[in-house]
Design a binder for this molecule. Structure first.
Ligand SMILES: *Cc1c(COP(=O)(O)O)cnc(C)c1O
Length: 436
């Protein structure tokens, strides 16, 4: 079989037992570290998070919760999950945490299952204005079980100081009053401005609805103190642990002591079987990392980088939805740059030459969700790798060049060469590279 496939890669020798998978993991490591990762929902977890995720904790069945499991042998696992819960509640100042949801979608489903009866009405953000699939997409099971009504963002104004395309709270209130939802959902997957829980709380109280804040994207920004904390304002806060929070792939729910039991039973046995305790251990690691001053500096840099990227893209001729960003992501309207350029084509061209991002609908997009007129970009991952505002200016100019010369292979290859050398200067795993 020759040389072990993983030598020279930062992965355990044990993977040599399966050279096919080892090769794929090594190739993916190469892709992640040699191309620009600008997908707003992605990040590079720490080696400690990777180690916990790859640990023997995956072997243990632990249906139930600490102190009340269905199987024996959970003394240590109970400590793992308790540690994760304690760190989560301390990090966000919550009364109770459920760290078992396998994903953000599962966390949301569990909240609906806990707080609603089938057929109940939920008010959430329009999918084409930035709502998530689990906020009532026809393609999601959420829309089969519950009745979703929606709010969106205000129209663009063309005024630089008040650009619009912010959550339309008049609409939130009007729809809440006419539809009388039992639950209001705040949160988005493509909204570049700060989302405050208070105005939603006020409207929820006016109509007697519960409030869920879906913090899947900004969880890390909240933990690091650069975005307002919805805990204590919303009844329930759901989040993913793998986006700006920079932990393992997974979900979590924060709630009040009053709702704790309902939420816990909705996750297990309501929705899931045995929890992924190896991932829960990795969540614990990430919660501890997110409580450090270094993480606060990191999220400050994430936001500074997003603002720098936004400014440089505007200089390239792109329009930014909502006029810019307060968080880690930006939504780029391609039409001012080139009315003929679709999100689909832009994503494909950039992907082929080493710039990874996703097409995205912009509010009231004239094109279909498969084509779109927008791109969504995020700075969480490359900020982890160490890039700063100077590199964001470079990234914007590489994007502009690639899209301007999208039919010129030589120009595109020159862009790719610059991408490769930029990425080589900012390795996300400097201590691991070449250590295998
Ligand atoms: C990413 C996201 C989710 C879902 O997370 P998964 O882990 O992919 O299931 C839910 N809500 C919002 C707003 C998101 O952005």
């Amino acid at each position: 079989m020759g040389r072990p496939v993983s030598s020279g890669s930062p992965f355990p020798r044990w993977l040599d037992a399966d050279p096919e998978v080892a090769r794929l993991v090594t190739e993916e490591y190469g892709r992640q570290t040699s191309t620009l990762q600008l997908i707003a929902s992605e990040n590079f977890t720490s080696p400690a998070v990777l180690a916990a995720t790859g640990s023997v904790l995956t072997n243990k069945y632990s249906e139930g919760y600490p102190g009340s499991r269905y199987y024996g042998g959970n003394r240590i696992i109970d400590e793992v999950e308790d540690l994760a819960r304690r760190r989560a509640t301390a990090l966000f100042g919550a009364e109770h945490a459920n760290v078992q949801p396998h994903s953000g979608a599962n966390a949301n489903l569990a909240v609906y299952h806990a707080l609603l009866e089938p057929g109940d009405t939920v008010l959430a953000m329009r999918l084409d204005h930035g709502g998530h699939l689990t906020h009532g997409s026809p393609a999601s099971i959420t829309s089969s079980y519950w009745r979703f009504v929606s709010y969106g963002v205000t129209p663009p104004t063309g005024d630089e100081d008040h650009p619009g395309e912010v959550i339309d709270f008049d609409q939130v209130r009007d729809v809440a009053k006419s539809e009388q939802p039992k639950l209001i959902v705040a949160g988005s997957t493509a909204y570049s401005r700060t989302i405050e829980a208070e105005p939603f709380r006020q409207i929820a109280d006016e109509v007697g609805a519960r409030l869920m804040f879906d913090a899947a994207h900004p969880a890390g920004l909240i933990a690091g103190g650069v975005h307002p904390n919805p805990v204590g304002v919303a009844d329930v806060v759901t989040f993913t642990t793998h986006k700006t929070l920079r932990g393992p792939r997974g979900g979590a729910i924060l709630t009040t002591a009053e709702l704790a039991k309902k939420i816990d039973s909705a996750v297990f046995p309501g929705l899931q079987g045995g929890p992924l305790e190896h991932v829960i251990a990795a969540k614990a690691v990430a919660f501890a990392e997110a409580a450090t001053p270094g993480f606060r500096r990191y999220v400050e840099a994430v936001v500074a980088n997003a603002k720098a990227l936004a400014a440089a893209l505007r200089a390239e001729g792109f329009r930014l939805v909502a006029g810019g960003t307060d968080n880690h992501l930006l939504l780029v309207d391609l039409r001012t740059f080139d009315p003929g350029l679709t999100g689909k084509t832009a994503q494909e061209v950039l992907d082929r030459y080493g710039i990874t991002c996703n097409r995205n609908t912009i509010p009231d997009d004239p094109r279909s969700p498969f084509v779109t007129s927008g791109l969504r970009l995020g700075t969480a991952a490359e900020t982890t790798a160490g890039m700063g505002t100077a590199e964001m200016a470079t990234v914007a100019s590489l994007i502009g060049r690639a899209l301007r010369h999208r039919d010129d292979v030589a120009a595109l290859e020159a862009v790719q060469a610059e991408v490769t050398s930029l990425c080589a200067a900012f390795p996300p795993y400097p201590d691991l590279a070449g250590s295998g």
